[in-house]
Design a protein around this ligand. Structure first.
Ligand code: SF4
Length: 285
């Protein structure tokens, strides 16, 4: 697996053997916000979009942080290579259910290259998805481990790990075209979006509105288990039942799980309901 020097440290070279790496050495790199908008709008497929996301360098602070983390590492992962790049959307290319988080974790997705993979939040999340028939394995440890989502895709409002898990509003807005393009690319079959946490909930609504969805006004308040129906298009021919439901879910962060704010049963209730709303067959695999 070839790694290349970027900024403060070594990161995975695009297309050089990292498992599930969507990019190649020729994938175009976005150096700024304008390029993000252009490259997101012209990707042409979910796979190429993920590839372009995974090499983006538009946010100077986040690029420096993700690469510094990849260079210094956590002691327990000192012998492991770090991905050190943006973590793109992952899962089914034609999903009925999309799970949206805040951003990758510094020593989780930023280490493994797969969203929600390699940290405690992901352990709790994937176990619930497996119990609810939305993942083929109860764990997601590293890219290339055989894990696969069923009718489901995962993404994040911000693709790079931010310091203290707090992206700035400018970073959120710079990254938004990647999310908007992903939503547009999977919109046809999408029936449910589960937002993990308030930040993801807030970040989603402008992108749905920009995609032509009729979003509720005032916007629904975030809460665990809250369901907000959305009409997928403002066109008069689409006046039938709302085909898309946005569902709130407390983030399975270490703090939330340790304090009992969110439990396995609470996650299972949300993802069981999401599965029901998405129309996925109980035995589909
Ligand atoms: S946060 Fe998004 S826009 Fe900013 S560098 Fe990462 S992928 Fe690019």
């Amino acid at each position: 697996m070839v790694r290349e020097r970027q900024g403060a440290g070594l990161v995975a070279s695009p297309g050089a053997g990292w498992p599930e790496d969507p990019a190649t050495a020729t994938t175009p790199v976005a150096p700024d916000a304008a390029a993000v908008r252009e490259l997101a709008a012209t990707a042409g497929s979910v796979g190429e979009l993920a590839a372009r996301e995974s090499v983006c360098r538009a946010c100077g602070r986040l690029v420096a942080w993700r690469e510094q983390v990849a260079a210094t590492k956590r002691k327990s992962f000192a012998d492991e290579p770090y991905w050190g790049r943006p973590v793109p959307g992952w899962g089914d290319d034609h999903p009925r259910l999309l799970i949206l988080g805040l951003a990758p974790a510094a020593h989780g997705g930023n280490r493994t290259g797969r969203i929600f993979t390699g940290d405690r939040s992901g352990d709790v999340l994937f176990a619930s998805l497996w119990r609810c028939g939305l993942a083929v394995q109860p764990t997601s440890v590293t890219a290339g481990d055989g894990q696969r989502l069923i009718g489901t895709r995962m993404s994040a409002a911000v693709r790079c790990a931010p310091p203290e898990n707090k992206p700035t509003p400018q970073e959120r807005d710079t990254c938004a075209p990647w999310l908007a393009a992903e939503l547009a690319a999977v919109a046809a079959g999408l029936r449910v979006i589960v937002c993990l946490g308030h930040f993801a909930w807030q970040a989603l609504w402008p992108q749905l509105a920009a995609a032509g969805c009729v979003v509720p006004r005032p916007r629904p308040r975030f809460g665990h288990g809250v369901e907000a129906p959305v009409v997928a298009s403002a066109g008069p021919a689409d006046a039938g039942p709302a085909p898309l439901t946005v569902v709130g879910c407390y983030h399975p962060s270490q703090q939330n799980t340790f304090t009992g704010r969110v439990t396995d049963a609470m996650l299972d209730a949300v993802f069981g309901r999401a599965r029901e709303l998405s129309g996925l067959a109980p035995t589909e695999a």
